[in-house]
Design a protein around this ligand. Structure first.
Ligand code: AMP
Length: 548
């Protein structure tokens, strides 16, 4: 028997309509590329989104067209999210840190018709424009007074596109499975692959995270997405934020520690979201100032593993850490580290141990770990296998990429994450590694993430990465590549091994340390082990050097 309930399609435009009506005082606060702080309510935003949608339609944008953005976090980028999807087109966010080759590939692969660009990134497009279709429409995201001199053909001005358009719009209704957003993974090998989100998946994702991360999503809370709007929907904040009545504080281009501290302090930011590298900068500033920013109580860390020492620092200043894990292919949130109530009275150290894991699944995401033959492994905290996921916010394939689509799902229809993990009986996920980054020594696996996390607690190490290097006897041996903390003296490998010895068996300890000034980063702010391996191309394991 079927239920007898209405079937209304889930549309992204409903989120903004609701926020404009329900939360008249919540705002989008943006540190602009123009240099000032800009504020507008969701009601004002709704009007500008309507104007932008009319402007897009005036330029012939229709259902299914791909419209690209190359922009920082700010209200105009937010408006594009809603106006583009509102008229049934697809908002294709481009990561400005991609290589020229990757950018050319994705703009052409996506068949983008228009590109909206922040003034900062205009030079990037000027250098690439000859590789894009001649009828591409470029819109610079500023007002007439700040329009740069540009060689982009026929460049339009964002504010002029909106000017004079009606502030009202009746959103047309379409199937909830209509594509709404497109984000390419920054793929370490081969061409980037596009995750194509739908209205349904983005609305469900917003509801899922607002419920599962309820502590953050309280009306009136000020939340700072440092995670860029150009990377997997800024982890869903542009949708879940207005849904819950949050004020979103957008940092614009300034994401260094002092700038973030100042903005958070001025605005009273309650929760900030971003990758561990960002928090290193903020923690350094907090230590320099001897205090945390006013109102700061909650931080969501994800994108790569949060070192235990970082979690400890935040927790000890009464900033609650939610360690989250997810992927571009998952919209992106899969798990989050808010501890369940029964752990409230656990001692600090045990709580931090749990927070160092990658958290528990959010409602709507299922997890399984499997062995090499695809057999399910127990969730006992010990068994380690490849992590697979399923749910309404997980991709079913890749945009216009049959080859990658064919490989994405297993026989049961679950998506293979490429991560290797364990899950304990409380449901806490521990990511051991990317499958390809695990270090295999003498037939045994060593987690590079575990080594990095423990090494990061050494006061002389500002940042580090553990990688496997070839070894004739053991196949691979771990080494540490590290950046020295400012003013610190270089510890010897013996000292570093001594520091790690408590947490690891002897054979798991790194054999060498290589000091670099900086670690190469990916476009999404993670250490790029691919480039690191390239950089260390002529590195030879110490034992081989001695025998050479
Ligand atoms: P991306 O699609 O670029 O966001 O990258 C997703 C990948 O980042 C995941 O498959 C993980 O390997 C890694 N990742 C994300 N969050 C975490 C985390 N909290 N701890 C460890 N790895 C993470």
């Amino acid at each position: 028997m079927q239920g007898m309930m209405m079937q209304r399609s889930l549309q992204i435009s409903d989120i903004l309509d609701y926020a404009a009506e329900a939360f008249p005082t919540a705002e989008i606060v943006s540190a602009r590329t123009e240099g000032d702080i800009h504020r507008q309510t969701y009601g004002e935003t709704r009007k500008r989104v309507a104007q932008l949608a009319h402007g897009l339609q005036r330029h012939g944008v229709k259902l299914g067209d791909r419209i690209a953005t190359l922009a920082w976090n700010g209200y105009r980028h937010f408006e594009l999210y809603y106006a583009i999807s509102g008229i049934g087109a697809v908002c294709h966010t481009i990561n400005p840190r991609l290589s020229a080759e990757q950018m050319i590939y994705i703009v052409n692969h996506a068949k983008d018709r228009m590109i909206f660009v922040d003034t900062t990134f205009v030079p990037i497009l000027e250098a690439l424009k000859d590789h894009f279709p001649e009828d591409m429409i470029y819109v610079v995201m500023t007002d007439r007074a700040h329009m740069p001199d540009t060689s982009l053909p026929g460049a339009l001005c964002y504010e002029e596109l909106l000017h004079g358009e009606p502030e009202e719009i009746t959103w047309s209704e379409f199937d909830e499975n209509t594509a709404a957003g497109l984000c390419y993974t920054s793929g370490t090998t081969g061409n980037p692959k596009g995750a194509l989100y739908s209205h349904r998946s983005n609305v469900l994702h917003a509801m899922m995270i607002a419920v599962s991360l309820a502590g953050t999503f309280k009306e009136g809370n000020k939340v700072l997405p440092v995670v860029p709007l150009f990377h997997v929907n800024a982890w869903g904040l542009p949708y879940a934020g207005p849904l819950a009545g949050l004020t979103l504080v957008m940092p614009g281009p300034a994401m260094d520690g002092p700038s973030l501290f100042k903005l958070m302090d001025q605005e009273g930011v309650y929760s900030a979201w971003g990758v561990p590298t960002i928090w290193m900068g903020l923690l350094a500033e907090i230590s320099a100032q001897g205090r945390k920013p006013n109102g700061f109580e909650d931080v969501v860390i994800g994108g790569s593993a949060a070192p235990r020492s970082m979690i400890e620092k935040f927790e000890k200043m009464d900033v609650s850490v939610g360690h989250a894990w997810g992927m571009t292919e998952m919209s992106p949130v899969g798990t989050h580290g808010m501890l369940p109530a029964h752990m409230d009275d656990w001692d600090m150290e045990t709580r931090i141990d749990y927070k160092s894991k990658q958290g528990r699944r959010v409602f709507g995401v299922d997890l399984k770990i499997v062995d090499e033959d695809g057999n399910r492994m127990p969730h006992d905290g010990k068994a380690v296998g490849e992590l697979f996921v399923r749910g309404n916010t997980v991709v079913s394939g890749y945009f216009e990429n049959e080859e990658a689509t064919a490989k994405a799902l297993d026989a049961e229809g679950w998506f293979g994450t490429g991560d290797v993990a364990s899950i304990d009986k409380n449901g806490f996920l521990t990511i051991q590694d990317r499958a390809k980054d695990l270090i295999k020594s003498g037939g045994e696996w060593i987690s590079s993430i575990d080594l990095e996390n423990a090494a990061m607690a050494h006061p002389a190490i500002a940042n580090c990465a553990a990688i496997g290097v070839p070894h004739p006897r053991w196949d691979e041996r771990p080494i540490l590549v590290a950046v020295l903390a400012p003013g610190a003296e270089k510890p010897s490998i013996a000292e570093i091994r001594e520091h790690l010895t408590e947490h690891f068996a002897k054979w798991q300890l790194p054999d060498d340390v290589v000091w670099l000034d900086v670690l190469p980063m990916t476009a999404t702010g993670k250490v790029s082990k691919l480039n690191l391996r390239k950089e260390l191309g002529d590195y030879v394991h110490p034992e081989l050097r001695e025998t050479a």
